[in-house]
Design a protein around this ligand. Structure first.
Ligand SMILES: [Cu+2]
Length: 152
């Protein structure tokens, strides 16, 4: 047993790096994930390995949960998708690409149902003011989950 056995010490330099516009979106997503001081939790009802023909998913906007992975909600094209949203926060839920949205009031449950006509990957966001007390504050897009619609 000796100190420094192996001699495999490497030095990694992380000097800022070049931020191109290509990574801005990824960066913004990371920032919004990092800002999960409030926590977002999406739980999936049923089995993830099999996609129900008419899937229903439950999204819970809940207490802080650090480092939780983004959920992918699978669906088959032309299926009727139901999202049951339980929110402790006010805002608007928005399924981008499908332009499905609903106003959320704190402490209420809502159900959003739509036909997944287009295939692709669609972000599901909570839109809320950066300062809930200031209606003129910027609207933030908090990533809740991703709807993945596949053609059969
Ligand atoms: Cu959004």
């Amino acid at each position: 047993m000796s100190e420094g056995a192996g001699g495999m010490i490497t030095t990694q330099s992380r000097g800022g790096g070049a931020w191109s516009s290509r990574v801005v979106w990824a960066g913004a997503t990371l920032v919004s994930l990092t800002f999960l001081y409030f926590g977002l939790r999406a739980s999936i009802g049923g089995h993830e390995s099999r996609v129900a023909s008419e899937p229903t998913y439950e999204l819970i906007i809940a207490a802080p949960t650090a480092g939780e992975a983004l959920r992918i909600l699978p669906a088959k094209q032309d299926a009727t998708v139901t999202l049951r949203i339980r929110s402790g926060r006010a805002g608007e839920i928005h399924v981008h690409g499908y332009d499905q949205s609903a106003i959320l009031e704190a402490g209420t449950d809502i159900v959003l149902t739509f036909v997944a006509k287009a295939s692709g990957i669609f972000p599901i966001h909570l839109h809320e003011h950066s300062d809930p007390a200031d209606p003129n504050s910027p609207i933030l897009h908090r990533q809740l989950a991703v709807l993945e619609v596949k053609a059969e």
